[in-house]
Design a binder for this molecule. Structure first.
Ligand SMILES: *Cc1c(COP(=O)(O)O)cnc(C)c1O
Length: 470
């Protein structure tokens, strides 16, 4: 492709994107293709000869788009938002054009210094205490793995990194509602998933800290070394918040690394009304939240904050830390702050987003989403055939259909609600997902797409009401 072609085609693509966003409500939110449909409609062999852009782009529109689930559809209410915005898309365009590897300062000083700057800005925006240091990771899963590896190394004076495991028996703690990425990290870190203690939760789905302390005591008695507690600031199932301050006290008392997973709802900390949570969050050793979920920055962009920068670097860098420290006082080599050597220039899109929205613009969007969640909660509560299954703490509503006239068992209700969910999603009008809370099949309605309106939410609610019959 010649540079003149690139000029022409990028205009075509930009126009296509603008139209896509204009007409996005016409697409079925959940892709309606059958398994293997896309795979089978693509050629068995790669092309021998060059193919024209027009043909490739045509196939994108005719084949690929069919198999796309539209995460940026304003009626995408499944899982969690992974929202983006035009400033983010534009910055990502530039990032791919620059095509840089932001592995260390010298490979692009702007990437390193802008990353440090935007992470400082984020830290101020969410009022995290000054002694945290921020770095952008690809995902919360990676951030949590980095936290657990650092915890493991710090607890063993960096022994495992050097000599591997001998006969250490480590334990890690989280609630039974915590995200699966914690168990994955525990497996990868060589701790063993049987040594992850999933502490029971109370009726609000928050960790029972009495049971946490009891588990730690028992483990210590049995010769285990507890190395990390992961607190949830917004569980995946119901956005429950663990007693973050109490967990911090326990972690402190037993000298255990304390990591907090705030992947989705961490963004809410930019709102003064949620800043009371900071007292607990600031007791942590590390904290993660994803601007790529609910802060209008397209995937991937996970904000990881850690207090003990020395321990982090000592875990990941390959040069002895006593040599690197002086240099690090001037610049950051982010390859030493995590797993990858090569890194994307993710700070650019975050910078574009933070500047384009301003703190105020971001706060307005989040407040709007939260107000929509409250509005929907009210609607659901006023319809006697439905019940709310968890406190609506942020942007996510957990509920189910439960007709009062019929005397249905939980397992019958589970079946009915699963069918209801299938019908909603097959309609293409909206996309919701589910979870299981106390053995109840639960519909999850998570509000956070950039352009979602009250109409999108209420029309989806009407659809659900119509599907169960009046
Ligand atoms: C989404 C989510 C994760 C995983 O995030 P990734 O960035 O996809 O790894 C972890 N924890 C919680 C609470 C989440 O909501």
């Amino acid at each position: 492709m010649e540079i003149e072609d690139f000029e022409r085609y990028s205009e075509i693509i930009t126009n296509w994107i603008a139209n896509y966003y204009r007409e996005i409500r016409n697409f079925p939110v959940l892709s309606q293709v059958k398994p293997r449909e896309i795979f089978d409609s693509l050629p068995t062999n790669p092309p021998e000869e060059p193919e024209p852009f027009e043909k490739i782009f045509e196939d994108f529109q005719n084949i690929i788009l069919k198999g796309v689930t539209h995460w940026q559809h304003p009626r995408f209410f499944a899982y969690f938002p992974a929202n983006t915005s035009f400033p983010s898309i534009l910055a990502e365009f530039l990032t791919s054009a620059l095509g840089i590897q932001a592995m260390m300062w010298i490979t692009s000083p702007s990437a390193a210094e802008l990353e440090e700057k935007v992470m400082d800005w984020l830290k101020k925006m969410i009022h995290l205490s000054e002694n945290f240091h921020g770095v952008i990771q690809d995902t919360a899963s990676t951030s949590t793995l980095v936290a657990i590896l650092t915890a493991r190394e710090k607890a063993t004076n960096f022994e495992i990194n050097k000599n591997g495991f001998s006969n250490q028996k480590f334990t890690v703690y989280c609630s039974e509602e915590a995200h699966s990425s914690i168990e994955k990290a525990v497996k990868i870190a060589g701790i063993g998933s049987n040594n992850l203690r999933k502490i029971p939760v109370d009726e609000k789905f928050s960790m029972k800290t009495g049971l946490l302390e009891q588990a730690i005591k028992e483990d210590v008695q049995n010769g285990f070394k507890p190395i990390c507690i992961v607190g949830a600031f917004g569980t995946t199932g119901s956005t429950a918040v663990d007693p973050l301050e109490q967990i911090g006290e326990i972690a402190n008392r037993y000298g255990i690394w304390y990591h907090i997973d705030g992947a989705m709802v961490g963004s809410a900390l930019i709102l003064p009304e949620f800043q009371h949570y900071l007292k607990g969050i600031n007791t942590a050793d590390s904290f993660v939240f994803n601007p790529h979920k609910w802060l209008f920055t397209n995937f991937d962009c996970s904000a990881f904050f850690v207090k003990d920068k020395r321990a982090l670097l000592e875990t990941f860098q390959l040069t002895p830390s006593y040599l690197a420290t002086d240099f690090d006082r001037q610049v950051n080599n982010y390859r030493d702050w995590g797993i990858q050597l090569g890194r994307r220039f993710r700070a650019l899109k975050l910078w574009f987003v933070l500047r384009s929205f301003g703190i105020k613009g971001l706060q307005d969007k989040l407040r709007y989403h939260i107000s929509l969640a409250k509005q929907l909660e009210k609607e659901i509560r006023s319809d006697g055939r439905f019940e709310i299954l968890a406190p609506v703490n942020f942007n996510t509503i957990c509920f189910r259909y439960k007709p009062t006239d019929a005397n249905l068992t939980d397992s019958e209700l589970n079946e009915i609600n699963k069918n209801l969910l299938d019908k909603i999603n097959a309609s293409g009008f909206a996309f919701l997902s589910h979870t299981t809370l106390k053995n109840k099949f639960t519909l999850r309605f998570s509000i956070g797409q950039t352009n979602t309106t009250s109409e999108d939410v209420l029309n989806t609610w009407k659809l659900i009401q119509n599907l169960v019959g009046r």
